[in-house]
Design a protein around this ligand. Sequence first.
Ligand code: GLN
Length: 245
Amino acid sequence: MKLTLYHLYPDLLGLYGDRGNVLTLKARCRWRDIDLRIHPVSLGENIDFTQADIVFMGGGSDREQNILVQDLSSRAQELKQAVEDGLVLLAICGGYQLLGKYYQTADGHKVPGLEIIDCYTVAGPKRMIGNVIAKVGNPTHGETDLNTLVGFENHSGKTYLGPELSPLAEIVRGYGNNGEDGSEGVRYKNVWGTYLHGPLLPKNPHLADNILRAALKRRGYNSDLPVLDDSLEIKAHKAIINRFS
Ligand code: GLN
């Protein structure tokens, strides 16, 4: 089995270990004899999203978001089409904000988004920083019994989801989308958007496998993933839960 992952702007987007998400997907594929090919994509590079199985975008500061927004806008139509066709997309924090309609910075400047997701983000006066624990409404297993996500957030942007959209999870500790409505991240088709860095996937192996399952299924492969020994990953996950409960 072969899958292709495009890592968008790894030179600009990537905070608090975000690249670890890509490494986790790679490792979990390798352990199951799935050949995951990773292509870093930077400004101006020609790519064809129809060839992608998974797209990953990490977080970045307002500065980086501004640098890449023009390049990203030129790809918006194609990326949106691919998402509608079931492309798997994982976007973290600054990358997540760019999936929406716009990101309004503290000085009132509106960075246009891709409009893939019905949401918008407005920078608030307070930075939302710290460890996050969030409940996943629909337990994601796998073979683990985890129904939480853990991670680390650091953003001033407050994201508001449109009425049709479901959040990825419900905040137990931390701020999530906006610190107001208890929502964290978004789920739409095969898109996962989240504020969780840390990186996210090493400590949330159940989510990593859900993402892989979605990508395999879309290509018509068998998506029953062989069980891995996730005892260390689950220990890391539970250490965060235990620390704050
Ligand atoms: N610039 C954004 C904010 O502060 C994103 C930061 C991030 O990706 N951690 O809201």
